[in-house]
Design a protein around this ligand. Structure first.
Ligand code: NAP
Length: 338
């Protein structure tokens, strides 16, 4: 395929891999960033031919810049959304996530965009309720944001995807829409400006994680997730689909064991012990970050990515390889000293 595609949040981790892949596959990319002062740094990290990538300043919370960024685009990957490591008030995340998605949709429709792909999350699928089919969570599941203990981030992703789908039902005629719903994204980093999801591997390696709480994640590799976005953009005839992007669910303790087994000396600071649940609960009383994981202790939120496999022929690589590649790249780039 080819043509011009808008990728929002061009400074982000997932967007970076997607931009590279789109350019490789013949697309010209318009990318939004909040502040054009960052363009040289983001361009240098991406390393794609200058003439195939243009940057536009646009913020999720303001209209300025969106019309110019969309002009001439037939496709949009709306990737930008706040994903902070620190705990934040609900509205500080929900507002930009929801209003940004609606803003991007509105400007896309006005620009005559044909296909709009929203980067949502398994956060919008697998929280606050048991899986509908009693086994794995699927695209039929929706997070219940009214359940107790739902984090601001999980709320923001659920509310944004719901709002986008409601907007499409009312206003979207003529524009196709689908969402990609990734699990925890790992893989090599392009620079020291990486996503919150990478921080866990960073903390295992640098010794700042004192032990393993009993929590886990489905893992998806950032390179494969870029491919999933590309297929969601390019495959004809999609409209309204959700595509879970995940590999196997694993407890983080297992991730640590993989690092120790495959990285040898470089993994010498990776903890070996488990932190008992009661200790995590106790620390969670006064540490907001730890408090956020208390409700996750022992929970398995395994999701089923077979829909993406069936419809798009997509599958992510072995999660052990993703974890090791994350670690190797953090070490090679000098981001973690081991
Ligand atoms: P990231 O590196 O933090 O990227 C987030 C991007 O959103 C950045 O480019 C950021 O811009 C932009 N952004 C945030 N608030 C904004 C605002 N108010 N206006 C304009 N841009 C704004 O994280 P990521 O992992 O690549 O996340 C990308 C998307 O994937 C997000 O929608 C996230 O929810 C979703 N996702 C991520 C994971 C994961 O494990 N990483 C899993 C599921 C879904 P700045 O650089 O200016 O901050």
């Amino acid at each position: 395929m080819g043509g011009t595609v808008l990728v929002t949040g061009g400074s982000g981790y997932i967007a970076g891999f997607l931009i590279r892949l789109l350019v490789e596959r013949g697309w010209t990319v318009n990318a939004t960033i909040r502040n054009l002062a960052r363009e040289p740094e983001v361009r240098a990290a991406l390393g794609v031919p200058a003439e195939r990538l243009r940057f536009f300043a646009a913020d999720l919370e303001r209209d300025d810049g969106w019309a110019a960024a969309m002009a001439g685009c037939t496709h949009v990957a709306h990737v930008a959304s706040p994903f902070p490591a620190a705990k934040m008030p609900d509205e500080a995340l929900i507002r930009p996530a929801r209003d940004g998605a609606l803003r991007a949709l509105r400007f896309a429709k006005e620009a005559g965009v044909k296909r709009f792909v929203l980067t949502s999350s398994v956060a919008a699928v697998a929280y606050g309720h048991e899986p509908l089919d009693g086994g794995l969570y699927t695209e039929a599941d929706w997070t219940d944001v009214t359940a107790p203990g739902i984090s601001a981030y999980v709320k923001s992703k659920t509310i944004a995807e719901r709002a986008a789908r409601d907007w499409m039902a009312e206003n979207g005629a003529g524009m196709e829409f689908c969402s990609v719903n990734p699990a925890a994204v790992l893989g090599p980093v392009m620079s020291a400006d990486f996503s919150t999801s990478i921080q866990l591997v960073q903390r295992m390696l640098d010794g700042s994680l004192p032990g393993f709480p009993r929590i886990g994640f489905g893992v998806v590799d950032v390179r494969d997730l870029a491919e999933l976005h590309l297929r969601a953009l390019e495959t004809p005839g999609l409209d309204g689909e959700r595509f879970i992007g995940s590999g196997r669910f694993m407890m983080i303790e297992e991730g640590g064991a993989i690092l120790r087994a495959r990285l040898g000396e470089k993994a010498r600071k990776v903890p070996k012990r488990r932190i008992p649940d009661f200790v995590v609960r106790l620390i969670g009383l006064f540490d907001g970050g730890v408090g956020q994981i208390v409700g996750e202790l022992g929970r398995v939120r395994a999701t089923d990515a077979s829909h993406a496999e069936r419809v798009l022929g997509w599958k992510t690589r072995d999660e052990g390889d993703s974890i090791v590649d994350t670690a190797e790249s953090l070490i090679e780039r000098g981001i973690v000293k081991v």
